[in-house]
Design a protein around this ligand. Structure first.
Ligand code: SAH
Ligand code: SF4
Length: 341
């Protein structure tokens, strides 16, 4: 038995062909579950009884439950309970260009970045593809508006759940399903280098964001354990490969941690590092967590850092802040729910 929300359209087509059916059945099923939102095979009026019975033997409609919702003006945070009792969170944000959802890819995270609340809970398990798809579907149904953008920046390291991530992208991107354009999907990684190469070769056309957060190995290794395995130079090479294969501009995320990575020299070194690469820096004001070691840089320091990058002709933006009131901001997820709701 397989969860119907976790199967790509290509695999579903294969299933039908193997069962002496036409592959357009897969389109029909996709339209029923993602467009008409039916939750049982019995409601699929253009599928014959025999086939419905066969489908019922091979697939089931899995579910994840919304157990808590916190709302602020332009943000909603959802807490979900999974079928094994684990909990995950998603955040939906209303922008002027559309509605985006930030989804989780794992329960906990093993990367152990020093500043990140999500990573404090060691990885319990990967999310199944269906559990990622259902975050989008359930929230979209709840808000009764179309979600236009997906960012995989919630709890977890998406490249540590690689195969499920690829299937997830194929499912939400499919034109007969949720139909989120590839240019509206962004995957953020702490920098698992071999996966960056593989992801480039997949040719999915989605946006890649790299959590860089420091311009040199000494500093980066202090705050991100993964830098002991994959060095900045390796990341830069992989990013260049990604750009050459996909023609997409890559984002470098840079959290501003007071007194740690936010001075003038850091900005100059960063500019040097990425000069000439088709990319932009997204400066992220740090959201303070229970971890008292790290403080947010002052607004003045952030704007000075921004100005230096600009002067060096680096494309740069400062991330608009969303969701800190509902602890739905980056790096704050999970903090409140570790002991259950
Ligand atoms: N594991 C992936 C994706 C999830 S984290 C990654 O690390 O890229 C998404 C982003 O939030 C990353 O850039 C991460 O470094 C950042 N982040 C973590 N904690 C944060 C905090 N407290 N304030 C602001 N951003 C944070
Ligand atoms: Fe994991 Fe990303 Fe948090 Fe690092 S920043 S611990 S990779 S979720």
């Amino acid at each position: 038995m397989q969860n119907i929300y976790g199967i790509t359209k290509t695999n579903l087509e294969e299933y039908f062909i193997n069962n002496n059916e036409k592959k357009f059945r897969a389109t029909q099923i996709y339209e029923w579950i993602y467009r008409k939102n039916v939750k049982s095979f019995d409601e699929m009026s253009n599928i014959n009884k025999d086939l419905i019975n066969k489908l019922k033997k091979d697939f089931y409609f899995g579910n994840i439950d919304i157990i808590k919702k916190q709302e602020d003006k332009l943000v909603k945070k959802y807490l979900f309970s999974l079928s094994d009792g684990n909990k995950i969170e998603s955040v939906v944000m209303y922008h002027d260009y559309g509605i985006s959802i930030c989804i989780s890819s794992q329960i906990g995270c093993n990367m152990g970045c020093a500043f990140c609340e999500s990573g404090r809970l060691k990885k319990v398990r990967n999310l199944q593809t269906s559990e990622m798809v259902l975050q989008v579907l359930k929230v979209q149904n709840d808000i009764k508006e179309r979600i236009s953008h997906i960012v995989i920046m919630g709890i977890g390291e998406p490249f540590d759940n690689y195969n499920n991530l690829l299937d997830f992208i194929k499912i939400v991107n499919n034109p007969y399903g949720i139909e989120i354009g590839s240019r509206h999907i962004t995957v953020s990684t702490s920098g698992i280098v071999p996966k960056i190469y593989d992801f480039a070769d997949q040719n999915l056309g989605v946006n890649l964001a790299i959590s860089l957060h420091a311009p040199n190995d000494l500093l980066r290794s202090k705050i991100m354990k993964i830098n002991k395995v994959y060095k900045i130079d390796d990341i830069i090479k992989a990013v260049k490969y990604y750009i050459s294969k996909t023609n997409r501009r890559v984002t470098f995320e840079y959290i501003m941690l007071d007194g740690i990575n936010d001075n003038k020299e850091n900005a100059i070194e960063l500019a040097k590092l990425i000069k000439g690469i088709n990319s932009y820096v997204n400066i992220i004001p740090y959201n303070e967590t229970n971890n008292l070691e790290f403080k947010r840089s002052s607004t003045l320091k952030i704007s000075k850092f921004y100005d230096i990058l600009k002067k060096e002709n680096i494309n740069v933006t400062i991330r608009k802040e969303f969701g800190s009131k509902v602890s739905g901001a980056c790096g704050q997820l999970r903090a409140e729910n570790q002991g259950g709701v």
